[in-house]
Design a protein around this ligand. Sequence first.
Ligand SMILES: CC(C)(COP(=O)(O)OP(=O)(O)OC[C@H]1O[C@@H](n2cnc3c(N)ncnc32)[C@H](O)[C@@H]1OP(=O)(O)O)[C@@H](O)C(=O)NCCC(=O)NCCS
Length: 437
Amino acid sequence: MDDDLVLRAAATDDAEQVARLNELVHAEPPENKPAVGIAQWTRDLFAGVNRAVGPSDFTVVEDTSTGKIVSSICLISQTWNIGGIDTPMGMPEIVGTHPDYRRRGLVRRQFELMHRWSEDRGQLFSTVMGIPFYYRQFGYEYAIDAWGGSTTTPSLLAQVSSKKGGAPPFTARDAERSDVRFIAATYRMNRDRAFITVSRDARTFEDEMFVRSEESAVFYRTRIIERDDGPVGFYMYEVFRENSGIRVISFEIDPSVNWLDATTSVLVDLWQLARRYPPEGKDQCEKIEFSFGRSHPAYQMFDTPFGAPRNSYAWYVRIPNVPALVTHLTPLFEKRLAESVFRGWSGDLKISFFTDGIQMSFDAGKLKSVASTGVVERSQAAAHYPGLTFTKVLFGQHSFTYLRDIYPDCSARDHAMATMQDILFGGPLTPAILPAN
Ligand SMILES: CC(C)(COP(=O)(O)OP(=O)(O)OC[C@H]1O[C@@H](n2cnc3c(N)ncnc32)[C@H](O)[C@@H]1OP(=O)(O)O)[C@@H](O)C(=O)NCCC(=O)NCCS
């Protein structure tokens, strides 16, 4: 790059420098306290705590005039499950540039390289959990809801135990190493109710729970809920810095039990857990957040105890090759078509993105090919999606009908083709994302 700057993959020896850089650049204003959690997460990733990541998955920009690393990103490769179909993907994370080197295109150049790495690995999309707007500049669109939920207090949670007037249906305890198989199997149950989930095996949970550093920004603790004959569910939570709050990020149960018994037990346990993490001068932690999404079944069981609603944020998604991802998801589209008023349909479905487009060719309900078309003649297009909005329907965030209502340039050729869009792409569909980061 310009001015003595060199862009390269990181090496093992860069670990401490990258960790220190991240500690500095991710310090949150106004206090600007060093981001020790991000620094520790960086060290863990360099050390291989996440089996999918090593030093060479980091890009760094080095100023060779000083020998200092001044910007860095890490690519975390994972498999996410879309409508029952495992899909390889990549997640650029821990993005930062030293304040003296900002707005010179250092992150843009690293993203270009990272997207090439991602394609070389056969990854069909990328996601970023990032600062508002910024990643739109690199071809990303917000397309999966994230972290919505609510915030409550121990006194609101106390209503649950007093109402029940006795012991909850299940007891709770900290998870142990021997629980990881149960946790992985139970986590998988979320595929029954969520459209997009993360593929995680027992080893992933084990590494996160027992190998990752407690000081890491992404360190989670797990509680098992159980009855006499064994575990029936689990929930995962994180404790904010200086015990200012507890955030529950995942809650799943075995099919042998119901959500009312399980949610009651978890809320009673959380009320007690608040005492384990008192901030200085207090006898309990006073804020408890839930960030597993408002459509989680727990919200159908209680209202007031869950406190005030919190809006969701969203994952940025980038699809480098739309036909490749749509082809990969063929069984999903064939199933949706087969179960619809269009069962057995044959025809070429041209979908326009105005500057580009795809054609999905069906024969007796089978998706025979998906091709890139370039610009589609307006009269030829079954439907139009402006900009990157097609990403939103593909990932289930919104339906075609919803997009058509809010974007004047989103439309279908006729009523049947509008119906076809809603059938093929569905939406809105619930995600349940717990990244393997
Ligand atoms: C945000 C951050 C990573 C940008 O790094 P950078 O090296 O300055 O980024 P680049 O110069 O490559 O930015 C690419 C483009 O975005 C623009 N840009 C830079 N910072 C921006 C910001 N905060 N918001 C919007 N656009 C921004 C640049 O001007 C550039 O535009 P151009 O390509 O049209 O000229 C850096 O400011 C930083 O480290 N911030 C603190 C940590 C942080 O917030 N990280 C992201 C966590 S998700």
